[in-house]
Write a protein that binds this ligand. Structure first.
Ligand SMILES: [Zn+2]
Length: 51
């Protein structure tokens, strides 16, 4: 199952992810992490809930 999380352009900026350290155009400003890391966390949490 794919997570359908959408972010607006104003929420995103180019920068360095505080989690994986990658330079990305999709850093969530509020969070400081790239979308990939955030999606991974959401997926992990939903998996834990499922078990
Ligand atoms: Zn990251």
């Amino acid at each position: 199952m794919k997570t359908e999380t959408t972010y607006s352009d104003s929420d995103l900026d180019r920068g360095k992810c505080s989690c994986c350290g990658d330079i990305s155009d999709e850093i969530l400003i509020e969070d400081g992490r790239c979308i990939e890391c955030i999606e991974e966390e959401i997926f992990y949490e939903s998996t834990m809930r499922g078990l």
